[in-house]
Design a protein. Structure first.
Ligand code: SAM
Ligand SMILES: COc1ccc(-c2oc3cc(O)cc(O)c3c(=O)c2O)cc1
Length: 362
């Protein structure tokens, strides 16, 4: 340590690292701004790299915003959200940087390659209802008032209370989750469709507005698909579509089906509550021999050797700690709650990016 503090190069490198930690939130905030302005869609519509003056025109921004937009675009391109190339100056004209989409920003475009945009997911996660508790984690650690999460300390209620009392946030949250549901279920039915083969019915517990269940119903039309979710989520949804909606609580009763799906549900809760949810699911399904199973879509931490993925898994874990009091789990921790809930076996059917599909058998 002594030697370290005597080395000026190491000292200033440490300061740079500190600045990086300090300002990395600007990455999220600039992404939020790009989505709010509709920059990915505007670039997509332009069909080819676009200059900042053209972007200002396409987005109908005030002319005075041209210089700041140049700076924002330069930063976003540096972070690899957009590509940046410098165009040849036309005779007598200025050189202009041209911006294009990267694989990441293509995900924010509606209908790029027939895919639904993940922009609603960005909007939901960076909504002030979510970011405000992130600014008060220190206060929460110190407070003796017993709020279970920073979210509850700031909003005075658990997240599902806020979705009930705040219709705007309810809509933003459900649209965000639906965008992710469509995105990942598309991949799941392609990559591990065998998980659904042979099923006659499936209920997606906490399935939101039915995006994920809708993809299963589309890919396997013979499977009767239903969603169980809270009344504020499913009320008013179409009753004549491919998915049946049931308003209720998974703590009371799960509608019977060959399989129950739990996508991004269990990581919202502590172990004891997860066991209660899984027991309710077990009551709803037939024996393993009769095809009964629970399909869990969640992170299995520690399963990726990549440093970037591991960092993301730590982010998720702290995100759940702040918002819901839930947690991410490694395979041993999953095994423990499956066993405690009375299940006999499980199999990790696939790992897609950071998420795994786990079949849990009664
Ligand atoms: C994180 S979201 C996941 C939504 C969806 N499964 C997905 O992955 O996109 C959690 C869902 O659980 C629902 N939920 C919360 N408490 C519930 C309860 N007691 N019974 C049924 N659903 C509940 C929420 O309304 C929300 O739709
Ligand atoms: C990929 O990044 C993300 C993964 C998970 C989530 C997320 O966020 C929330 C936020 C809430 O207010 C309540 C929730 O239950 C959840 C989740 O379950 C969940 O998975 C966000 C970003």
């Amino acid at each position: 340590m002594e030697q370290y503090w005597d080395d000026d190069d190491l000292l200033v490198a440490a300061q740079s690292d500190l600045w990086n930690h300090l300002f990395v939130f600007l990455k999220s905030m600039s992404l939020k701004c790009a989505v709010e302005l509709g920059i990915p869609d505007a670039i997509h519509r332009h069909s080819g790299p676009v200059s900042v003056p053209d972007l200002v025109a396409a987005l109908s921004l005030p002319a005075a915003r041209l210089p700041p937009l140049r700076r924002l675009m330069r930063m976003l391109a540096f972070s690899r959200l957009f590509t940046r190339q410098t165009s040849e100056a036309a005779a007598g004209g200025e050189e202009e940087d041209l911006y294009g989409l990267t694989p990441t920003s293509r995900l924010l475009v509606d209908d790029a390659g027939g895919r639904r945009s993940l922009a609603p997911f960005v909007r939901a996660m960076l909504d002030p209802v979510h970011t405000a508790p992130c600014l008060h984690v220190g206060d929460w650690f110190k407070a003796a008032d017993g709020a279970a999460t920073p979210f509850e300390a700031v909003h005075g209620s658990v997240i599902w209370g806020v979705t009930r009392s705040n219709p705007e946030f309810n809509a933003v949250f459900n649209e965000g989750m639906a965008a992710d549901g469509t995105f990942i279920m598309d991949v799941i039915v392609r990559k591990c469709g065998h998980v659904f083969r042979g099923l006659r019915s499936l209920v997606d517990v906490g399935g939101g507005t039915g995006a994920a269940a809708g993809i299963v119903a589309e890919a396997f039309p013979h499977i009767k698909c239903a969603v169980l979710d809270l009344p504020q989520v499913v009320q008013g949804l179409p009753a004549d579509g491919p998915v049946d909606f049931v308003a209720g609580s998974m703590f009371e009763r799960v509608p019977p089906a060959d399989a129950v799906m739990l996508k991004w549900i269990l990581h919202d809760w502590d172990d004891e509550v997860c066991v209660r949810i899984l027991q309710k699911c077990k009551e709803a399904i037939p024996s393993r021999e009769a095809g009964g199973k629970v399909i869990v879509v969640e992170q299995v931490t520690g399963s990726s050797p990549e440093e970037k993925s591991t960092e993301m898994q730590h982010f998720f874990d702290v995100w759940m700690m702040i918002l819901t009091g839930g947690r991410e789990r490694d395979e041993q921790e999953w095994c423990k709650i499956f066993t405690e809930a009375g299940f006999s076996d499980y199999k990790i059917a696939a790992t897609l990016g950071l998420r795994s599909v786990i079949e849990v058998f009664p």
